[in-house]
Design a protein around this ligand. Structure first.
Ligand code: URA
Length: 250
């Protein structure tokens, strides 16, 4: 993975984005002669950097990328928000670097939903992934408190009418069903508040556990445990970008 500077910017700004300190702290680090750019000590914090430059701190090359895309296995009990005064948020699960460089959750998962959450510095990509007009499919595994049957599959496929909107047609696949419980996969193209829970509620079922498995072509890495994260591979970023390229569909 390339570690060099990925966008033109001033040295002090880059060091702040890499969470090395406040503006004045990073300027002091530079003045102290601890930073090298392309192998040469650089004491000017206003130095303009170009893509491809390498930056080292005390002889250690920094991972100087400021465009970041992270896959987090969001655990239950954590808020999908950048910050909250009282409760733990998904950004609290990541090293400070990700907050400093402006990584934001792409859409939301409820506090009690677990699974794939994407965080990115790319606001345009996030916007496109979330637009219902781009029909990016999200797959969830849901456990509900009673049986599901072919009539539920048909109702999901039809487009369920909820109190304030009609959900777009969604695919429901029943994995198991008995009197007390059913497990199903559901694919939706929208991300309205409590959407999946409300769709099941419209069929008289309460969701007892919900996990997001994929967003478009991006699947939750099965080697991640709840609370763990990893950066996307370049191939995965390309897949996501190509899933949202082109015109919106009505
Ligand atoms: N639908 C829900 O009801 N909750 C989520 O967290 C995601 C989709």
């Amino acid at each position: 993975m390339p570690m060099n500077v990925d966008a033109p910017m001033r040295l002090d700004r880059l060091l702040c984005l890499l969470a090395l300190g406040s503006r004045s702290q990073v300027r002091n680090i530079v003045k102290g002669g601890r930073i090298a750019v392309n192998g040469q000590t650089e004491k000017n914090a206003d130095r303009r950097l170009n893509p491809g430059d390498s930056v080292a701190l005390s002889g250690q090359t920094l991972d100087a990328r400021t465009v970041r895309h992270v896959m987090l296995y969001k655990p239950c009990g954590v808020l999908t928000a950048a910050m909250d005064k009282k409760q733990k948020t998904v950004l609290d699960l990541l090293p400070p670097l990700y907050k400093a460089c402006g990584c934001m959750p792409v859409g939301r998962l409820d506090k009690d939903t677990e699974g794939l959450l994407l965080l990115s510095t790319d606001g345009e990509m996030a916007h496109r992934l979330l637009s219902p007009k781009r029909h990016v499919e999200k797959c969830y595994r849901a456990e509900v408190d009673g049986p599901l049957n072919p009539a539920d599959v048909a109702a999901f496929a039809q487009g369920l009418t909820l109190s304030d909107f009609t959900a777009q047609p969604a695919r429901l696949e029943i994995l198991s069903s008995c009197a007390e419980k059913a497990v199903a996969l559901v694919w939706v193209h929208e991300g309205k508040y409590h959407q999946v829970r409300r769709m099941f509620a419209a069929r008289g079922r309460t969701v007892t556990a919900l996990k997001r498995l994929s967003i478009g072509p991006l699947a939750l890495d099965e080697s991640l445990q709840p609370g763990e994260y990893r950066e996307l591979e370049p191939r995965e970023v390309e897949m996501l970008l190509s899933a949202v390229s082109g015109e919106e569909n009505p």
